[in-house]
Write a new protein. Sequence first.
Length: 253
Amino acid sequence: MRNQPKNSALIGALWHATSEVPQDIDLPLSAANGQRLQRELCQRWLDRGKPVGGWKVGMTSGGSRDAMGPGVRPFGYVLRERILPSGSDVAIDLIQIGGVENELCFRFAATPPRDCDANSIRDYLDGVAPGFEVNQKRLSGTPSDGVRVADNLSNWGIVHGSFQALDTLPDNLDDLTVALSRDGEELATVGSRGHIDDHFETLALLARSVPRYQLDIEPGHVAITGAYARTPLAPGRYRGDFGSLGSVEVILT
């Protein structure tokens, strides 16, 4: 493989960035090539006995939609040990630089087929919960799209509330409004309409994409589908309110 030495150096730099952040990695790389290299980074965790427990899909909401090109929706993995219940305490020193985003979190009951669509994907889900994505900014400067994807789209982990049956979702998810607060002070309230991709379309795309990289969505895995609001890391108790779906909290210290 002609570019293997360059790729190996990039993976080494990204791996180093998981503990020493931020890293300045300036390399032209497409999102598609970044997705392939992300798989190599994931393998390093797997080889160290750190299994995957969940997934994220990027570029699905707000100003990030189509930022890597029309319809480009890369995915990332989430380590099982970093999928935490509501009320968990996360030390900012572990992350150093990053942010929190409130997102819907779906749980898989079974491995979906590679040809599923937005309707059939529901048959492979058994719950939905209010959630947070905790991001870690491991890259400095303005990295290329591909480097951002290879870096696992900045994911550090997920915090989720109580899972409920899918029929507790509003009949029209466009009607869902989500609020983000810190220590009781509201930071943002965001409605779904016009802001975020259809969640089930996103999950179906994830189910079709993951197997291409010799990975599997397994029963019990969770997936987040896009940010409603985001805020930089700072000490405090963060709360995401998802209306009838309940709320989720994370404490950053």
